[in-house]
Write a protein that binds this ligand. Structure first.
Ligand SMILES: *Cc1c(COP(=O)(O)O)cnc(C)c1O
Length: 316
């Protein structure tokens, strides 16, 4: 009994200090860049980019923000390992794999679909970091991917790092940034966890900026509904018409826009999330929803490993 208790204290001390250790691997606070392109000039807006893509090359953007709160929780409790879920190109799986390697936390990734003959580059990187991978059928995955909680000292994290714990670290995106002169803050939304964190923080600290989301999945207003029902968040604007065909779908307009934007700014966007967010900002300037003189801050949530699954689209 005594040995167990002592072991528990040692483990807690070790884990709390290791959460500090990971910060020396990350660029936090992330910088903010003012961007100029012909279309921002034509629209007469100021476009700032919160560079969460620069936090770490693999633990990208909002995936770190979400994991940050989850690791704080992990360190305070008596867990042995982490298990989480993702598709074959999941930014969340690879971010979890890299973070767990730094913190020396054993981790398992449950991957949607049958095991392929050749694993893709993202999953190979997960294994490089020491993540165990298990494949499950799409049907079984559908039933389990939202599992959150504890089973036999294993901390289960839902797909994408979704959930209340995940929102807490997202507060830091705004906490570390002066938004007093910003009219609108934009972020890409998948599960809505990140925007929920931003909106909660904005309300708590009475920020004057409007929080806007760009939904990257098809489905009328589902993020707005989720935000109200699951997180109790209201008063955000969610645009649901800029998904370019659906989740992880691209179209020629999106790819051409990203190519042009990258050349004009030197900032690479990803094809699944931030490219769609930026295309939406551009279109909202054109249709007058974003007005001359407005100051916009877009969050670059990272996700650049998404290109591993989309390189064929660049042939257009
Ligand atoms: C996962 C992800 C998002 C979506 O975040 P949610 O919290 O699920 O809404 C946005 N951008 C990038 C780059 C991502 O990887």
């Amino acid at each position: 009994m005594r040995v167990m208790w002592f072991g528990h204290i040692l483990k807690s001390i070790f884990q709390i200090s290791s959460k500090m250790d990971i910060l020396s691997h990350l660029t936090i606070p992330s910088p903010v860049t003012l961007l100029k392109t012909p279309w921002t000039e034509a629209a007469g807006i100021e476009l700032y980019l919160k560079r969460d893509d620069l936090i770490h090359p693999i633990i990208s953007g909002n995936k770190w923000r979400k994991l940050s709160g989850i690791f704080d929780h992990y360190a305070k409790s008596d867990y042995d390992s982490i298990t989480t879920f993702g598709g074959a190109y999941s930014n969340h799986l690879v971010a979890t794999a890299a973070s767990c390697a730094i913190l020396q936390v054993p981790c398992t990734g449950i991957v949607r679909g049958e095991e392929p003959k050749n694993e893709n580059s993202v999953l190979k990187i997960c294994r490089l970091y020491g993540m165990e991978l298990e494949y499950v059928s799409r049907e079984a995955y559908k039933e389990s991917n939202r599992t959150e909680g504890v089973i036999q000292r294993v901390l289960y994290i839902a797909e994408g790092g979704a959930g209340k714990l995940g929102t807490i670290g997202c507060h830091d995106i705004l906490r570390e940034t002066d938004t007093s002169s910003i009219d609108k803050i934009f972020v890409a939304c998948g599960t809505g966890t990140t925007i929920s964190g931003l909106a909660t923080y904005a309300r708590e600290f009475a920020l004057t900026s409007e929080v806007c989301g760009v939904q990257v999945l098809k489905g009328d207003g589902y993020i707005a509904a989720d935000l109200e029902q699951e997180y109790g968040v209201e008063g955000v604007t969610v645009y649901d018409e800029y998904h370019c065909g659906g989740y992880a779908k691209t179209n020629e307009e999106l790819i051409q826009f990203i190519k042009k934007f990258t050349r004009e700014t030197g900032v690479l966007l990803d094809p699944i999330y931030t490219g769609k967010m930026m295309l939406a900002i551009h279109k909202l300037c054109l249709n007058g929803s974003i007005k001359k003189g407005e100051r916009i801050m877009a969050v670059h949530t990272g996700g650049l490993t998404g290109w591993f699954g989309k390189s064929a689209e660049l042939n257009v």
